[in-house]
Design a protein around this ligand. Structure first.
Ligand code: ARG
Length: 458
């Protein structure tokens, strides 16, 4: 009973140490639902080809349904001796229904079986991630909508650059996340191909119908080459690359939240339920969640490198190396899924502090470019305007004043082109309203962009 399915060829049983070293059941049991799904489609095809009787197909279907129930209920006993999810399920099926169970593996190998399972599993994960990405976008859009005209400083070099709206800033992340959705959808097309039929590596001598199996399993097409079908893991690598980019985006957002929450910025507060305290410093409120998002980005990046390295020198076709694809892939999906959930909810608990944002705009001479543009519109070449305004800023810094707090006389001393109407461009609102084109930070544009983004993700 404890014998390996392939033990006939061997003179002694496999060493205990090796059994543990080579087994994948501790992690690949996660593929069980998809393994069953794939086996059922394969069995239906075998029956149509006359390789299984209708009675045998019925027995397999009933047996698999019981196995599925047992797994879902946590009653299924996974055995290390049976190495992996495929053999555990097949052995149980045979215990349950006898002879017909032993016929299931006709025209199939674990090599094309496992490749099929991972693709089915990953396809479902991609669909989950697609939904979660759009949920996060919605939570960012809600926050952006409430802040279409909330003035904040935009930064370059992390120094105050020009006024923007908080809504506009958040929309930058919505764009990043939309590219993530597109990348996931594009990757899905290449995931969604059927390896079954490749058998071990060369195809099979039975009269199989791969198109039928592909259709049953919702695959767009079959893998065209049997060697490639069992040895390709490109789809897992490109998924991981897309996942690493998602994490990179969330990590950048997290870094900003951490900065903004620092009292020196004081732009936002994060809901208490998303922060933690210190065991020694009673005053502390720490942004642990965004910090962990930033940290977990490292492990997802690491998994991408692990998968690339796993594949880089593998000769065709299947090698046992490939068993190492699962843990990085599983952990990548778990990390991305959990992170997307947490960040979407955290964003709903962000409290915005508009006065602090506005104060930072004022302190940073954020409308200096607007003053230069004002002079250009009155005929001064941009380089000369830049110089005149630079001198004005230096003067204002020494006088501890914002540009808008200088008198008309003071301002005129830097250019005779400056007139009474200058003050309207020196306010943050004037600066925002002037950037009135698609992609600009003017509140009307931000509102329109929110509308377009909502329509896109619906
Ligand atoms: N557990 C194996 C894996 O994950 C299944 C395929 C095993 N195939 C083989 N020829 N040993 O790749």
């Amino acid at each position: 009973d404890k014998q390996k399915t392939w033990s006939g060829r061997f003179a002694e049983p496999v060493a205990e140490l090796v059994k543990r070293y080579t087994a994948s059941i501790s992690f690949d049991h996660r593929l069980a639902e998809f393994d069953i799904q794939g086996s059922l489609a394969h069995a239906q095809m075998l029956a149509r080809a006359g390789l299984l009787s209708e009675k045998e197909l019925d027995a397999i279907t009933a047996g698999m349904s019981q196995i599925r129930d047992d797994i879902r209920a946590g009653r299924f006993e996974w055995s290390l001796d049976l190495e992996d999810v495929h053999m555990n399920i097949e052995k149980r099926l045979t215990d349950l229904i006898g002879e017909a169970g032993k016929r299931l593996h006709t025209g199939r190998s674990r090599n094309d079986q496992v490749a099929t399972d991972i693709r089915l599993w990953l396809r479902a994960a991609i669909d989950d991630i697609d939904g979660l990405l759009r949920e996060l976008q919605t939570s960012l859009l809600d926050l952006a909508e409430a802040n279409v005209d909330t003035v904040m400083p935009g930064f370059t070099h992390l120094q105050v650059a020009q006024p923007i709206t908080f809504g506009h800033h958040l929309l930058a992340y919505v764009e990043m996340l939309w590219r993530d959705v597109e990348r996931m959808r594009d990757c899905r097309r290449r995931v969604n191909r059927l390896p079954l039929g490749a058998a071990a590596l060369a195809g099979t001598s039975y009269p199989i119908d791969r198109a039928f199996v592909a259709e049953r399993l919702g695959f767009e097409a079959v893998c065209e080459n049997s060697l490639d079908a069992v040895s390709d893991r490109d789809f897992a690598i490109e998924f991981s690359a897309a996942a690493a980019l998602i994490m990179t985006h969330l990590s950048r957002l997290s870094e900003e939240l951490i900065l903004w929450m620092n009292p020196r910025f004081g732009f936002i507060d994060i809901a208490d339920r998303y922060c933690t305290g210190s065991s020694i410093m009673p005053q502390k409120k720490n942004p642990d969640v965004p910090e962990l998002v930033r940290g977990k980005t490292g492990r997802v990046n690491g998994h991408l490198v692990a998968l690339l390295t796993l594949m880089k020198a593998q000769p065709l076709a299947y090698n046992k190396d490939n068993q190492e694809d699962k843990e990085p892939l599983f952990d990548t999906v778990d990390t991305v899924v959990n992170t997307l959930r947490v960040v979407a909810d955290m964003m709903r608990g962000v409290v915005v502090k508009p006065e602090a944002m506005r104060r930072a705009v004022k302190q940073g001479y954020a409308t200096a470019t607007d003053l230069a543009d004002y002079l250009v519109k009155r005929g001064l070449p941009f380089r000369d305007a830049h110089e005149a305004v630079a001198l004005a800023v230096r003067y204002a810094v020494d006088a501890h004043k914002d540009l808008s707090e200088l008198s008309l006389v003071e301002l005129k001393s830097f250019s005779s082109l400056i007139a009474e109407d200058v003050f309207s461009v020196l306010t943050p609102e004037g600066s925002l309203a002037a950037r009135d084109h698609i992609g600009g930070t003017a509140p009307v544009q931000v509102r329109a962009a929110i509308g377009r983004a909502r329509a896109r993700i619906a």
